[in-house]
Design a protein around this ligand. Structure first.
Ligand SMILES: [Fe+2]
Ligand SMILES: [Fe+2]
Length: 413
């Protein structure tokens, strides 16, 4: 039986419910897409058997960015076992005046040679669980994929080269980019194309990247042209800081399962890097040494030459018999014979193989100057390279966008 009092009570309740509904509609949280992690990318750390870096971005300023990690298993209760890490947060003001937020975590105290599952986000909105495997502490066999400059037509034309590469070697331990990743380093839309083209691969396969000259956009400061690393480089990657001072995340090294990988920044502080490289290779316990630099020592692109780079670095590369140098910049393909002091040596002698490759669409015609040093030279096609290391054998294969073999060689020691 409804009394007058209970009807009045119901009316008041209804009034407050309606008010709360209107309030929720008017002052609801912003659309959750702005809080969702995008552009998730793994980077190798200087200690890849124990730690792993991940970076992601959100459009809104999430309250408490977090990442969770657990040893992968076949069940669905990953979050029960997971360790939670607080992320480092960085606001970046894009050129079009929008703010975006980059978040990064270095997962540490990981077990070597172990498959992990992780996710990033905050307490409300998480990414999917992704998986990666830590490196072994020992010189175990592994493979990686190396790309020269993507740079142009990234969404339209580089997507298929990345996907062909993934199909060819889905088990590659990491991917390796030798600069000019986009054409205008400060253009966020071009980076957006890159992350579109790569899809979910960078969330699963760690990336090593170095900047090329297009990562150093020119600016006029007091009427003087100056070039600085793009403001987007350091926020959007979490790369090692174990190189020369002032070149953090752009010149660094990683020891990976028996290989010393040295990443040089060909755009600045070259003399400091030469000194650093000499010391680094002087105490190198790894069997193999691979160096990456954007600008080639023996140019494959017409009318190009870098004599100062050769003068600075070739004596060091020769002194320590660096095995392989990976380069970009010349928008063509060239692979030298084994060289020492700029001269071809026999296969069983100490020497270095220099490769230039390109994964994007920009094409330069061939340089005649160093043709005699080249075991293979060509231009006009997009390529990717799969490089495997197993004890005393290094196998190198270059493929076109159709997945067909374009070039190959082996090194033994
Ligand atoms: Fe370049
Ligand atoms: Fe380039």
């Amino acid at each position: 039986m409804f009394t007058y009092k209970s009807i009045r009570y119901c009316k008041i309740l209804l009034f407050y419910l309606t008010l709360s509904l209107i309030g929720n509609l008017l002052f609801a949280n912003p659309p959750k897409q702005n809080d969702l992690p995008v552009r998730i990318i793994l980077n190798l750390t200087e200690n890849p058997s124990e730690s792993q870096a991940v970076t992601w971005r959100t459009s809104s300023d999430v309250f408490k960015p977090l990442a969770q990690i657990a040893p992968a298993n076949e069940y669905t209760d990953l979050n029960k076992e997971a360790r939670t890490f607080n992320a480092t947060r960085e606001m970046v003001n894009l050129d079009n005046e929008n703010n975006v937020y980059y978040h990064s975590v270095i997962f540490d105290s990981l077990r070597p040679n172990t498959l992990y599952a992780y996710r990033v986000g905050d307490e409300k909105y998480w990414s999917e669980w992704n998986q990666f495997k830590t490196a072994s502490e020992n010189p175990e066999p592994f493979k990686f994929i190396y790309f020269g400059d993507p740079q142009n037509d990234i969404k339209s034309m580089c997507s298929r080269i990345f996907r062909a590469a993934f199909k060819k070697a889905p088990d590659a331990n990491f991917w390796y980019f030798t600069g000019d990743i986009v054409n205008h380093g400060n253009n966020d839309e071009e980076w957006d194309e890159l992350f579109y083209a790569l899809g979910w691969i960078p969330g699963m396969t760690p990336m090593i990247l170095i900047p090329g000259n297009h990562g150093y956009p020119a600016k006029l400061v007091d009427g003087k042209k100056t070039q600085k690393i793009t403001y987007l480089w350091r926020p959007q990657f979490t790369l090692p800081e174990d190189g020369p001072g002032g070149l953090e995340e752009t010149a660094y090294f990683i020891d990976y399962q028996g290989v010393r990988l040295v990443m040089l920044n060909g755009n600045e502080k070259l003399e400091e890097q030469a000194k650093w490289l000499d010391t680094l290779l002087n105490r190198n316990p790894q069997r193999w040494t691979i160096i990456a630099i954007h600008q080639p020592f023996y140019s494959t692109g017409k009318d190009r030459d870098n004599p100062y780079l050769r003068e600075l670095f070739i004596p060091i590369l020769d002194k320590y018999s660096v095995d392989l140098v990976l380069q970009g910049h010349d928008h063509s393909y060239g692979r030298t014979y084994k060289l020492k002091n700029g001269i071809k040596v026999a296969d069983n002698e100490n020497g270095t193989v220099y490769v230039v490759s390109v994964s994007g669409t920009k094409v330069y015609s061939i340089n005649q100057r160093y043709e005699d040093l080249m075991a293979k030279i060509g231009t006009g096609r997009q390529l990717f390279q799969v490089i495997s290391v197993d004890k005393n054998l290094l196998q190198y294969e270059s493929f076109n966008a159709m997945g067909e073999l374009y070039d190959s060689f082996e090194l033994r020691k």
